[in-house]
Design a protein around this ligand. Structure first.
Ligand code: KG4
Ligand code: ZN
Length: 353
């Protein structure tokens, strides 16, 4: 039995959780959405300040809601990459301080590995190998999971992430921030066949198309052009039809690639992670495509799809059990490939173990 206190501050949610093995004992999230809304997107300086204001209360609440004390905590985990450096630093500094003060081992966790581990929380019986489709505001990747830290990057976006495309399209349609949930709601009332939008294929030499890589910037530009044209001819934008057509293009592109990767590599389970996993269109398309293949789908509940610290704690449990420890000079990194996470665990950690 391993109990972890986990901290997540990589973007605009200040979060802390206590996780015991694959069970959540507390999962506290202070959302900053309201602070960023007037700016139409996440403002890094606003995010760091809000993290600083919220972090102590969020950690204290996570521990008290779990009904435990410091002696019951085996290690402290924190998202240290990738993300906004000013935001990550608040969590990393808090975690390092707590590790030092309470003499606990420290574990730096990769944010995407956290999203991937949300599926283990959703289904504690899940075991590798499985395929993970990670679709968030910053990433769109297809990852083969063979064990803790054993990942194969099969496909990714060549430009915008799926969530980023949602946020940008919502902004250009004047729907505010964050764009994903708003567009998703509109899409459910519109006609997905109303407008024909590009799927964003990546062309390879010899006229072939990359089977797993995607592109969403062309789709975003196509919507921008369409919105411009419609504004000339319509007094009111057909928001629902635009949202439904856009949603269909994104869901189709992601589904096609995920299914192809699952079939080609013989995966029997597809786990979906990241904020866009909440998308109703993606859920429908994937469910329809997976059923005839007998492919098992894991959609974590909404509160585990978007940024949270429980998923970070769950990943940390496995790393802790493998003997991984991070040094107390762990730093925040804006970028780090999921394939390089071994760099987070020093052979001779400075932290007490
Ligand atoms: O995973 P997440 O909370 O943060 C990142 O690590 O990026 O994902 C946030 C992203 C945002 O781009 C948001 O617009 C998108 O997830 N999102 C959605 C939905 N809910 C959140 N996108 C489409 N449909 C949704 N229902
Ligand atoms: Zn995230």
């Amino acid at each position: 039995m391993v109990r972890i206190l986990a901290i997540e501050t990589s973007c605009d949610e200040t979060a802390a959780a206590v996780v015991r093995d694959r069970a959540i004992e507390s999962n506290v999230i202070a959302s900053q959405v309201r602070a960023h809304q007037p700016f139409g997107g996440v403002v890094p300086e606003v995010a760091s300040r809000a993290h600083l204001e919220n972090i102590n209360a969020v950690i204290t609440t996570a521990i008290s809601e779990a009904g435990c004390n410091w002696s019951a905590i085996d290690a402290i985990a924190v998202t240290c990459a990738p993300g906004l450096v000013g935001s990550l630093l608040i969590g990393v500094t808090a975690a390092k301080t707590l590790a030092l003060v309470h003499q606990k081992p420290l574990l730096g966790i990769h944010h995407l590995e956290g999203h991937l581990y949300a599926s283990y929380l959703a289904d504690p019986t899940l075991e590798p190998p499985f395929l993970c489709l990670l679709v968030s505001g910053g990433h769109t990747s297809l990852i083969g999971v063979y064990g803790c830290g054993e990942y194969q990057l099969l496909g990714q976006t060549r430009d915008d992430a799926a969530g980023e495309a949602y946020d940008k399209v919502a902004r250009l349609m004047g729907l505010g921030y964050p764009g994903g949930p708003v567009l998703d709601r509109w899409a459910q009332q519109g006609n997905p066949e109303a407008f024909d939008l590009p799927e964003g294929n990546i062309r390879l030499p010899e006229g072939k198309v990359h089977p797993y890589d995607s592109s969403f910037s062309g789709l975003k530009t196509a919507v921008a052009r369409l919105v411009e044209e419609l504004r000339q001819t319509h007094t009111e934008l057909p928001v629902a039809d635009l949202a439904a057509s856009f949603q269909k293009a994104v869901a189709q592109a992601l589904t096609k690639r995920a299914i192809a990767a699952a079939v080609d590599h013989g995966f029997k389970t597809l786990a979906i992670g990241g904020g866009v996993a909440a998308n109703s269109g993606l859920r429908q398309h994937l469910t329809a495509a997976a059923e005839p293949l007998g492919l098992r789908l894991i959609f974590p509940p909404l509160r585990l799809c978007t940024d949270n610290a429980a998923m970070i704690g769950c990943a940390a449990v496995d790393h802790f059990q493998r003997g991984d420890r991070s040094p107390l000079d762990l730093t925040a990194r804006s970028r780090l490939s999921l394939l390089e996470i071994s760099a987070l665990y020093g052979p001779t950690p400075l932290a007490v173990s």
